[in-house]
Design a protein around this ligand. Structure first.
Ligand code: HEC
Ligand code: HEC
Ligand code: HEC
Ligand code: HEC
Ligand code: HEC
Length: 174
């Protein structure tokens, strides 16, 4: 009997420690406004319509509210998300506090520029957003405050090794 109780307790502890506890470490958030990359009206003249590179090579990132206001000065649909976009952000001239799934911890240095020059594609580092009509949940680590879906160091290093880019520590940690 004793051994059975021990095993049951052991199994429960293992499940808590390996399955439940890691899940409890994350809080789930949703984007302030759902943005569908899949809408034909949002595909514009391509990704560069919203995410482009400046002349000096630096990356513009997520478009500012004025981009959305080009078309959403007043509602075009019955969508509750669009109502929030127009009434809370555009009419109040308040930038949308987008959650960035890919943001790295502060001790990591990253720039899109050298990757663009070498022709590394967006989907080699990000999920494929082109057919995504609903933003996935954003999972935040409660201890560190960082996003769960950042690229891990071994993934950066693997590609750097394959493509002949440097893997010395000071390249990514300044
Ligand atoms: C009309 C503007 C617009 C166009 C065009 C657009 N995007 Fe976006 N993109 C956004 C906005 C707004 C966000 C922030 C919300 C979100 O995560 O969807 C975003 C987020 C992203 C992110 C997520 C970054 C992160 O880690 O949080 C990726 C990757 C991305 N876009 C890639 C693309 C690609 C690839 C294309 C072309 C197929 C594209 N986008 C076209 C507006 C646009
Ligand atoms: C080039 C014009 C254009 C731009 C720029 C644009 N949209 Fe839209 N958007 C539309 C049109 C047209 C619709 C509705 C028609 C449809 O459903 O295809 C729409 C629909 C929406 C909807 C409602 C549909 C849904 O998914 O719930 C939301 C929310 C939205 N857009 C958010 C945004 C945000 C945020 C931005 C800025 C990052 C933006 N849009 C930029 C044209 C645009
Ligand atoms: C080599 C990997 C890599 C490639 C290729 C890449 N990204 Fe990123 N992207 C990242 C990382 C890492 C971050 C987070 C940067 C940070 O922590 O400051 C990021 C951040 C972003 C963001 C968030 C906003 C911001 O200000 O940077 C958007 C939007 C984005 N990427 C879109 C794209 C698009 C569109 C492409 C293709 C043109 C692309 N990325 C190519 C790794 C990559
Ligand atoms: C899919 C391949 C790939 C991935 C993934 C990748 N990189 Fe790179 N990275 C490259 C290439 C190719 C270069 C260009 C090397 C060159 O110019 O010789 C580069 C260059 C860089 C540079 C500039 C190096 C220099 O010499 O100045 C930095 C910084 C960098 N990467 C950081 C990162 C970080 C941080 C990550 C992970 C979050 C990452 N990279 C993920 C392919 C990749
Ligand atoms: C190509 C980019 C790259 C290089 C080269 C690199 N790192 Fe990192 N490192 C990262 C990224 C991205 C993270 C954050 C994500 C993570 O924790 O995996 C990180 C996280 C870390 C952390 C935080 C602890 C952890 O594992 O979460 C330490 C410590 C660290 N790196 C040390 C080093 C040392 C020492 C070197 C040289 C031997 C090095 N790194 C080289 C990209 C790099």
């Amino acid at each position: 009997m004793g051994i059975l109780f021990f095993l049951a307790g052991f199994a429960a502890a293992m499940i808590f420690g390996w399955v439940v506890f890691p899940e409890l470490l994350y809080s789930q958030k949703t984007q302030p406004v759902n943005f569908s990359h899949a809408l034909p009206d949002h595909q514009g003249s391509g990704c560069e319509d919203c995410h482009s590179f400046r002349e000096d090579g630096t990356f513009t990132g997520i478009p500012r509210l004025e981009k959305c206001a080009e078309c959403h000065e007043s509602p075009l649909t019955e969508s509750p998300d669009e109502k929030v976009l127009v009434e809370e952000y555009i009419q109040n001239e308040r930038e949308i506090p987008w959650l960035v799934y890919a943001y790295q911890p502060d001790n990591v240095y990253f720039s899109h520029a050298p990757h663009k020059v070498k022709g590394v594609e967006c989907v080699q580092c990000h999920r494929d957003v082109s057919n995504e009509s609903k933003n996935p949940p954003y999972r935040e680590n409660l201890l560190t405050g960082y996003s769960k879906s950042t690229m891990k160091m071994d993934v950066c290093e693997k590609c750097h090794a394959e493509q002949g880019a440097s893997n010395s520590c000071g390249i990514c940690h300044k």
